[in-house]
Ligand binder design. Structure first.
Ligand SMILES: *Cc1c(COP(=O)(O)O)cnc(C)c1O
Length: 386
């Protein structure tokens, strides 16, 4: 059945499915087996073995993920970090250089700054809002341009179309971490990116109950990632693959609810007397709103804010909200609140953190799917106590 014409809600439920399913099953079962018998002469990378990401529950998941983002192929990984490191190790070799957005996820940033050099890889952080500065950062060995769709925790939206176009002109592989947007809000491959990856721990699964990642792109590139993953050992277990496939069925519903909750909360906070600043690209006065609205079909469930009372007030806000859990991570059905300076960016030196705008008073919220009115009401009562 050709599903290419379907909308996101339909794709999320039916993408990649097999009809009839095994034994007529509507839900694709969990094939927990480590290994399957094979024809003599099969290529090693095609043997069905869990580490080779080739068993039925893994393949079912790959088909679903690829269809969700309009990719030719996908491979699931044991975490979002396994996805990004598999990409880097698949396409870069000793002596190569990459351009990277200057505000990357902490783990990706740490890999580049603390481990990549040992492997002979170098990088230059560039301002992903200023295309005119990129050319000067190129070196003879530059091979890749790595950015994120929406950066953490200030929710900036890079010049994504310009990144893909620049990479094409300069013959670099363009890679985007699409975790924060999810396939519902941004489809990187249709916008010219070569590879997209996710921490599927977040929106794709959506229930804060597993760790996984995935890489999406052309068959050839995904094959290269999978072969690298086969050697580094970062495959996803079939049971987790089943849970992730289940999570993706409600992706469109969840993310649309999260978009709506975040927009409502951002508008409420922006109009509140005790709030100094709200970072959410859906707000008309956000610096990135003009290009973000052209790129994204929703602005996501993540926002951050600063209060007029500074770090002390931020601490009181966190003590006073009743619905959000005080916890890192994001993208689940429950609203979470954190102080990024103490969590995702705690490993950085204070001066580096502050240069990126991650000061002690910054509060980050991952909106869940609770009722919009209840969330707004909860922040209203909490702000009265700061
Ligand atoms: C969480 C996260 C990662 C890392 O994913 P894990 O599943 O924790 O390994 C990478 N990028 C972004 C944007 C993330 O939020």
């Amino acid at each position: 059945m050709d599903r290419s014409g379907y909308r996101m809600e339909t794709l999320a439920v039916h993408s990649g499915e097999r009809r009839p399913g095994p034994e007529g099953s509507v839900v694709f079962p969990i094939y927990q087996g480590t290994v399957f018998s094979f024809e003599p002469g099969t290529d090693y990378h095609d043997i069905r073995y869990i580490r080779l990401s080739s068993t039925p529950s893994q393949r079912d998941l790959h088909g679903r993920l690829a269809a969700l983002e309009g990719a030719e192929d996908a491979v699931a990984t044991s975490s979002g970090m396994a996805a990004v490191t598999a990409i880097l190790l698949a396409f870069l070799k000793k002596g190569d250089h990459l351009l990277a957005g200057s505000c990357l996820y902490g783990g990706t940033h740490d890999f580049l700054t603390r481990r990549a050099e040992d492997l002979g890889l170098s990088h230059t952080f560039v301002d992903d809002q200023r295309p005119e500065t990129w050319k000067a950062a190129l070196r003879p060995g530059t091979r890749m341009f790595l950015v994120e769709t929406i950066t953490n925790p200030l929710m900036r939206v890079p010049r994504l179309e310009e990144v893909a176009a620049f990479a094409r002109t300069e013959r670099l592989i363009s890679v985007v971490d699409n975790t924060f947007a999810s396939p519902v809000n941004f489809r990187p491959l249709a916008r010219g990116f070569d590879l997209s990856f996710h921490s599927a721990t977040k929106y794709l699964n959506g229930h804060s109950d597993l760790v996984a990642g995935c890489v999406l792109g052309s068959r050839e590139r995904i094959d290269a990632v999978r072969r690298t993953l086969n050697l580094f050992g970062g495959s996803l277990d079939p049971h987790a693959a089943f849970l992730l496939a289940r999570g993706t069925k409600t992706l469109a519903l969840r993310v649309r609810a999260q978009n709506a909750n975040a927009l409502a909360l951002a508008r409420f906070l922006a109009g509140h007397a005790r709030v100094k600043e709200v970072n959410y690209a859906g707000l008309e006065d956000h610096a990135d709103h003009p290009h973000a609205r052209k790129l994204l079909s929703g602005f996501g469930g993540m926002l951050s804010l600063r209060l007029k009372g500074g770090a002390e007030a931020a601490g009181r806000l966190i003590q006073s909200v009743r619905i959000p859990f005080f916890a890192p991570s994001l993208g689940g059905v429950e609203t979470l609140i954190v102080l990024p300076a103490q969590t995702s960016h705690a490993g950085m030196k204070r001066e580096d953190r502050e240069r990126l705008g991650v000061t002690d008073d910054l509060v980050r919220v991952s909106c869940g799917i609770e009722a919009e009115e209840d969330l707004v009401e909860d922040f209203r009562q909490a702000l009265e106590k700061v």
